[in-house]
Write a protein that binds this ligand. Sequence first.
Ligand code: M6R
Length: 369
Amino acid sequence: EKGGHDWFMEKEILEQPQAVHDTLLGRLSETGSILLDEVRLTDQDLRDVDKIFVVACGTAYHAGMVAKYAIEHWTRIPCEVELASEFRYRDPVLDRSTLVIAISQSGETMDTLMALRHAKEQKARVLAICNTNGSTIPRESDAVLYTHGGPEIAVASTKAFLTQLAACYLVGLHLAQVRGIKYADEVASVVEQLRAMPEAIATVLADLDGMRTLARDLSTRNTVLFIGRHVGYPVALEGALKLKELAYMHAEGFAAGELKHGPIALIDEGTPVVCVVPSPAGRGVLHDKIVSNIQEVRARGARTIVIAEEGDDAVVPYADHVIRVPRTPTLLAPFVTTVPLQVLACEIATARGHDVDQPRNLAKSVTVE
Ligand code: M6R
């Protein structure tokens, strides 16, 4: 049932091109618009939205963090992302014109469920993004957009993350379209870019030689740090989460710009730092800033593992190891940059002799608060 793979996780990582394809299927029109009639929110409901909260846990929360950049950019509606376990305890400001997006692979996560119940009590509208048909979270929501990732068995979430991103992007683009605001023009071109993602993910997966050797090297370290900027920041957090849960290593993700405000003190000779580099094409400033950050950590002895776009030579002088991903527009980059981090965590955990599919102390769905 693992299809010849050692782990379900490995199988699920390789299924990602198909999972993203299936999640987009039938939801993008030939003319470059978004087809989301299945989501039971009227255009008027969507026009009334003046604030968005995304609530989720763990990997789904990281998907929400990425989505915030895209949703705010396209819709110009303020969007906050909040850990579901914190949400209701701080008395958030919610009303009828608030859209709460609850993201959950299993649809049974108690923290997320309690956050959505709180939102409903306050009269907010709740849209679930979920992978499990008929589970509690979509049942209790006003509307649902299912990810079509297929069953995810490994405790560590992989294909759920990429399909959640795809679903969030569909929602963001749909909102932009319905509201007809400034960035609505971008929708058609982003639709084309989204269509190209399954192939781009497949390209990353086909080009991961050297990952096992790198993983063996890193498996003896105590700490691995991850840095990124913009959408690369949540990707760094996700890379660190995968490593914690599977390899039981100390791993932390940082916004690269924060390093100088404290965390850079952690770096000494040989500390591995995984750097998620944005495209030099899109927002050149971001790219140049992170190249300086890579220089800074290397000057303090870090061993740099750099995830960078094909043809980005600026990183080469400061990289101990480069992992290449295909050219991808800035907002869509997480579809490709996350994949090597998943593989890295899987390989490091394997090298350390762990049960990758069933990490200690964890359950696939967390049904207690
Ligand atoms: O089923 P959910 O998406 O609601 O689960 C949320 C988290 O528990 C989940 O993503 C968890 O963080 C994963 N084990 C991470 O790999």
